[in-house]
Structures are given as structure tokens and as C-alpha cells.
Design a protein around this ligand. Structure first.
Ligand code: SF4
Length: 383
């Protein structure tokens, strides 16, 4: 279990961060060149992350950017698409950065019934999407039994089409629950660890009924993999020192590979954004330069693991960073249940969304992709 290895990895990364200095241009070139043939060490990756600190490192930043483009952008490139579908906005947790926190009384909550889900999925499938991610706040009514009914319904609608798949982003579950959901048709589990900095995690989630168990949460990927699911991991940028979280996520991916001979297929890249029009100040804000550097360091560290670019960021920033085989979401039903269709007419679009987003249409998305020698793949699940 990752929790059993946590203290050792945490100590190691804190020590690395204490002793790492900004690499000069030659050192940066050397780390990047070596990474083509040998897995970069956490110490080397920590050096690259130092480049996010100061503007006078523009030359190193450009070197890293060029390395990413030359190594990971091909003549023609593919972006794999995931369509998030919100099932519920009821939540028992109180994350201060989320509009669905239980303490927010001004949010109009909603939960999709099975007929609602059918209607919503018709819309999502009509756009062409075949890889669907269920996302839901921690709604106690969504037991594994209920989730299995939603998965079964979706599996029927996907009709075993080649490349189609169902992912679930929810609170932690047991191995047995994941096995049960896999049986119903679940393909992958998505969990952003928020932050792996235990103190910062407790600060943000210590009062949350279903999120305060740090150890349970960090072992959730173990549980899902043991049940035979693929997994997506990542941190939420802005809760702690982003350098620490990037290195911890890389270390976690390497731990999972060593333990189970399978890696997460993607690093999620969510970054704290304003909610209901209000900007959050956390003392750990990650600026664009640092954020983009973090995405690049993920790729240098683990070339085979994709990054998931999504609607919290602007299309301009996302399109600047995409490489072949990354994962993309250009539309997410306005991050609320029924946002593609069911509740579009009933709910105020900003007020009842989980956070602020920048959505596009498929036409706009594909136009932008074609300018950059990319194309979208909407049914890419690997069997
Ligand atoms: S981040 Fe998730 S768990 Fe936390 S309040 Fe929002 S919906 Fe609930």
C-alpha cells in the first residue's frame, strides 16, 4: 500500500527539495538529454522544477519547452478525449475550494435519475464521445449498488462499441466494491489526491466526513488496481508547494508500476480556480509558468503517461501544452449534473457549477487541433 511507503518517500522528497538548486543552461540540457535514454531521477526533476521560480530562467524554460515539443510532438498527433458526466452535486464534504461543499447553502443541488442519465448520455454520445467519466460529489445516495446501475445503463448505451469505456471519479472505495463495479462495466478509476502533503491535506480536508482519512485516500489507487481497474492520478495545484506535489505524484506512479507492473495512464492537471466568481488565495498559488513547467516535468519523468488537459484552463494554455497521446476535455457539461442537456434550461449556468470553466464546441476544438497537426480520438480505450 502506498501509505506504508509514504513516510520514506515524503522524507526523501523533502530532503531533495531542501538541497536542490537552480540548474544552469548546461545542466538543464544534460538532464533533458539523459532523460531520453534513462529515467530521470527525482533529484534531476526537482532541479527542472526550480526553473519555475524566477523569470531570469527563461532560457532554461525554453530549453525544456523545446525538448517537449521535439520529443513528444510528431508530424501528426492524437488527443484522446474523455467526456465527464456529472451525476450529483450533493456532497457531505466541506472542501473550501469547491462550490459543492456541504456548507454552501446557496447552491442549487441536483442528482440525475436513471432516466435523466439516459437523456444526458444521448446528448453526450450524439457529439461523438465514447469514453465517459462519471463524476459526482460525495453523495451518500450513490452507493456502489446504485453506481453499478448507472454503469450498467451506460454500458448498454455504449453497446460495446470498440474503444468505448467508463471511468469513475468518486470517493474511496474498497477493493471488493471496485471488483463489483468492474463486473458492471467500469474500466478505470480517477482520483486526484488533492495534495499528498499530509499537513496541508488535513488543513483542507480535516473536517470532511468522507475525505479526512488521508491514508485511506492515498491507498485508493492500490485498491482499484488490485481490483483490475486502470487508474488516473494527480494533484490539485494550489493546495501545497507544487514542486512537492509533482514529485510525489511521480513517485507514486513509480511505486504503482513497481508494485503492480502497471502505471496510471494519465496525470490529472487540475489547478484551483475561482468559484462562483470568487478568487481563492491559498499561499500556494501556482502561476502559469510554474503550472506549464509542472506539466512538462511530468512528461520528462514519465514519457508514457499522458497529461489530462481540461476546461479549468483556457484553450490557449491547453493547446500550447498538448503533445501526442495526451488526454483532453473541451466540454464538461458546465461541471454540473445535467449540464449537457437535462438541466440546461432549469439551472443558472455559473451559480450551480462546481467551478469556473472554459468550454468549447467540438467544431471549435477540431478547428484548433487541425491548425496544429492534431486530431481528436473519441473512442480510444485500450483493452
Ligand atoms: S471537492 Fe469533491 S468532495 Fe470536496 S466539496 Fe467538492 S464535490 Fe465535495
Amino acid at each position: 500500500m502506498f501509505s506504508q511507503n509514504y513516510d520514506k518517500i515524503d522524507n526523501k522528497i523533502r530532503e531533495i527539495l531542501r538541497s536542490t538548486t537552480l540548474p544552469d543552461i548546461l545542466e538543464t540540457k544534460d538532464i533533458l538529454e539523459k532523460s531520453k535514454y534513462k529515467r530521470a531521477s527525482l533529484k534531476e526533476l526537482a532541479s527542472l522544477l526550480e526553473v519555475g521560480k524566477q523569470q531570469e530562467t527563461d532560457e532554461q524554460f525554453a530549453l525544456i519547452r523545446n525538448h517537449i515539443y521535439s520529443e513528444f510532438r510528431k508530424k501528426t498527433n492524437t488527443l484522446r478525449y474523455i467526456a465527464p458526466v456529472y451525476l450529483s452535486s450533493y456532497c457531505v464534504n466541506t472542501c473550501g475550494y469547491c462550490n459543492y461543499s456541504a456548507i454552501r447553502t446557496d447552491v442549487q443541488r441536483t442528482r440525475l435519475s436513471l432516466p435523466d442519465l439516459d437523456e444526458e448520455l444521448q446528448e453526450v454520445l450524439a457529439i461523438g464521445n465514447r469514453v465517459i467519466e462519471f463524476t459526482l460529489a460525495t453523495d451518500p445516495l450513490f452507493t456502489p449498488q446504485k453506481l453499478s446501475e448507472y454503469i450498467t445503463k451506460t454500458r448498454e448505451l455504449l453497446n460495446q462499441e470498440k474503444g468505448s469505456g467508463i471511468l469513475l471519479c468518486s470517493g474511496y472505495l474498497s477493493k471488493g466494491d471496485y471488483e463489483f463495479l468492474k463486473e458492471a462495466g467500469l474500466w478505470a478509476m480517477v482520483q486526484w489526491d488533492e495534495t499528498l502533503d499530509k499537513d496541508r491535506y488535513k488543513k483542507w480536508h480535516g473536517n470532511s466526513i468522507r475525505k479526512s482519512g488521508f491514508e485511506k485516500r492515498i491507498d485508493n489507487h492500490d485498491m482499484a488496481i488490485q481490483a483490475g481497474l486502470q487508474v488516473a492520478t494527480g494533484c490539485l495545484f494550489g493546495l501545497a508547494d507544487y514542486r512537492y506535489d509533482v514529485l510525489m505524484q511521480i513517485a507514486k506512479a513509480r511505486y504503482l508500476k513497481k508494485e503492480y507492473h502497471t502505471s496510471p495512464f494519465v496525470f490529472g492537471t487540475p489547478r484551483l480556480k475561482s468559484i462562483a466568481g470568487k478568487t481563492l488565495h491559498t499561499n500556494n498559488e501556482v502561476n502559469d509558468r510554474q503550472y506549464e513547467l509542472a506539466l512538462m516535468v511530468y512528461k520528462v519523468a514519465e514519457p508514457k503517461i499522458a497529461r489530462w488537459l481540461q476546461t479549468r484552463e483556457t484553450p490557449e494554455l491547453n493547446l500550447r501544452n498538448i503533445v501526442d497521446q495526451d488526454i483532453y476535455t473541451y466540454q464538461c457539461g458546465e461541471v454540473k449534473p445535467g449540464g449537457y442537456k437535462v438541466n440546461k434550461a432549469k439551472l443558472d449556468s455559473c451559480k450551480n457549477s462546481q467551478f469556473s470553466v472554459n468550454e468549447m464546441t467540438r467544431k471549435e476544438f477540431e478547428k484548433e487541433l487541425s491548425k496544429r497537426s492534431f486530431k481528436g480520438d473519441y473512442a480510444w480505450r485500450i483493452y
